[in-house]
Design a protein around this ligand. Sequence first.
Ligand code: AMP
Length: 275
Amino acid sequence: MLRTRRELRDALAGAARPVGLVPTMGWLHGGHGSLIERARSESSTVVVSIFVNPRQFGEASDFTRYPRDEARDLAICAAAGVDLVFAPSVDEVYPPGFDTVVTVGAIARPLEGAARPGHFDGVATVVAILFALVGAERAYFGTKDAQQIRVIRRMALDLALPTEVIACPTVREPDGLAMSSRNARLSRDARAAAPVVRRALLAARAAWEAGERSAETLRATMRAVLAAEPLADVEYVSVADDTTLEELDAVEGPALLSLAVRFGDVRLIDNEPLG
Ligand code: AMP
């Protein structure tokens, strides 16, 4: 396991190419596993980074409560055939005097960008650093964080970073709940209620498949499903253009259904593409 930029650079100096990078915040689950598997299938060297990035958390309490278990993560990486695990300290990623922020424009503003001010600055900055440190041919991200993928693609294109961004499908629990490190913090009742998030998305998808094209009706469909679950505290529901993520009036082309819902102090997001 590698702690410092120097150790990482030395380990990569002789590494077989191509290199595949899977950035994570740890507490690894099947979603991360699918990214690692995809990376393994098309890379000679797989690098997993484990770093709970303080700059992408708005609420300090969300950062401190984020689940961590490095020993468990390392065992999962070893079993999955990961070649290098980079698990740096905060000071190693942001050395003293660090004073640069990567800000992505319009695509980072709505949805998660609006709900979590500064979040995507933190994401784009740490991913730019990881891309520079690892120099991977490809990096793997989950579609569960649909806006994050778009933000990172924009950044990589605009900054001419040579790492190709690969999007991987969302992995779900048998009851439809998207796997997430935050699921571990749900109370028993909230865990039982949480699949309502997926049901809301699927209800809107079913309406769309039946011919409904009013975005407001699709939003109302999601809200109605969520309203039936008393533990679900809705932050937003969205029907947006798939490319720009701007809210739609009518769904005439590819669109993205997405939502953010709180269960107690645990905030979950999910999405479903249309078309
Ligand atoms: P995180 O550790 O939550 O920052 O996630 C690290 C990477 O795993 C990100 O690219 C996420 O989009 C991806 N990821 C998280 N949950 C899932 C999931 N359920 N299915 C697929 N990928 C996921």
